[in-house]
Design a protein around this ligand. Structure first.
Ligand code: ZN
Length: 398
């Protein structure tokens, strides 16, 4: 039964619409990985093994099957969405002010710098902002690399997901860490719920962005909008906080390459403005279109998955990632049919968050009418507000 479930999961993986993979056709916002890939293209031509490497199984099966780190000096190798991790260290599952969630995934690995950052953030947020502790979601796999579920980045030990749910005042059992679902911060597809997304979360994200080693933080556009509204005069940190799909129950921290780590490729830094103007209103345009598309093509069980993205093979990753994979005899066995048996034995785990909210029928009709330029037959205030007709309305708290 479990095997069947895993097999099914694997079939679905290619089409899984993950937060960081879903790209609307005409998003004017740049995907987080895009600039890193562009930078890499220019700088790593000489190290590409594309021509000579035989095509093996998708790299996500190989890296997903490895349960221990590569016994090498700690280094992030490659770029956030195309790389691997040497000498990964694991974040202890319980700290003074954090707990790791979904232990079965074995994704609490990173560079020592990522661990230092998380420990410092957890401690500062509790001591200075009253945040009770971090619930830490996915970081990287023991040797980094692509994952069989959920992310296109998180490959080099410098990315971490942090839940926006406050940590309970007790140590969760391993089973609870599998079962608990993170809390959505959204009231509807375009707005946070101010009773859930409070000043506590605002302070946490601000704190997380405030350290110089942070390159970017990803949050849902509605969270970005709320941060823009609440930031006040000190707005320098806001430029690092970027809208991205799916981040409505967690935020994603991405650290810069640690100084001197020459194998690691930085992403182009954000432009420097606070991102609350045109960029955010463009996101809202895309968000509205995406809502209409989602309604036109509801995800039904058994529905045909969207077209598969090209799967990265080991040959697509920096050359050193082959060494990382095999160091200490760690490379998994590949069966004759090209499958990786160890992956089939991995337990399936529950999604960390709830499904994204969608508009009800009345709100959807109002949105369609607004987007087609015709007045809706029965525009309700609620529908109009849910449709986000103004990108940055002055909304009163409840
Ligand atoms: Zn993430």
């Amino acid at each position: 039964m479990r095997r069947l479930a895993i097999g099914l999961a694997l079939v679905l993986i290619g089409g899984a619409v993950s937060a960081e993979q879903f790209k609307p056709a005409k998003s004017s916002a740049r995907p987080p990985a895009a600039s890193a890939q562009a930078a890499k293209k220019a700088s790593t031509k000489k190290t590409s093994t594309k021509k000579t490497a035989p095509k093996g199984p998708p790299a996500k099966l190989l890296f997903g099957a490895v349960s221990a780190p590569a016994p090498l000096a700690a280094r992030a190798i490659g770029s956030y969405a195309k790389g691997c991790l040497a000498g990964g260290v694991s974040l202890p599952i319980n700290g003074p002010d954090w707990q790791v969630m979904r232990l079965s995934r074995n994704r609490n690995w990173g560079t020592p710098q990522l661990l230092d950052y998380l420990e410092r953030l957890a401690s500062d947020a509790r001591a200075r902002d009253g945040w009770p502790g971090l619930l830490v979601g996915d970081m990287a796999q023991p040797r980094g690399g692509p994952m069989i579920t959920g992310h296109s980045s998180h490959q080099i030990g410098l990315d971490a997901d942090i839940w926006l749910t406050p940590m309970p005042d007790r140590i969760l059992t391993p089973q609870e860490r599998e079962d608990i679902t993170a809390t959505s911060m959204l009231k509807d597809p375009f707005n946070v719920d101010p009773e859930v997304f409070t000043t506590l979360q605002v302070k946490l994200i601000k704190r997380a962005a405030s350290y110089p080693q942070v390159a970017r933080i990803f949050v849902h556009p509605a969270i970005k909008k709320s941060l823009c509204e609440q930031a006040g005069k000190n707005r320098a940190w806001l430029g690092k906080v970027r809208p991205w799909w799916g981040h409505f129950y967690h935020f994603h921290v991405r650290l810069k390459c640690p100084p001197g780590m020459t194998t690691c490729q930085n992403q182009k830094p954000p432009s420097g403005d606070d991102g609350c103007g045109k960029e955010l209103s463009n996101w809202y345009k895309t968000l509205r279109k995406a809502e209409i598309w989602a309604a036109a093509r509801p995800a039904k069980p058994g529905a045909k998955p969207p077209p598969k993205k090209k799967q990265l093979t080991l040959g697509d990753l920096p050359k050193e990632c082959a060494t990382v994979l095999s160091a200490g005899g760690g490379a998994p066995e590949i069966a004759e049919d090209g499958t990786v048996p160890a992956v089939l034995k991995l337990p399936a785990s529950k999604d960390a968050g709830p499904p994204a909210p969608h508009l009800d029928e009345a709100a959807l009709e109002a949105l369609k009418a607004e987007m087609s330029g015709k007045p809706s037959a029965k525009p309700t205030t609620e529908a109009a507000s849910a449709a986000g007709s103004m990108p940055l309305p002055d909304r009163k708290p409840h």
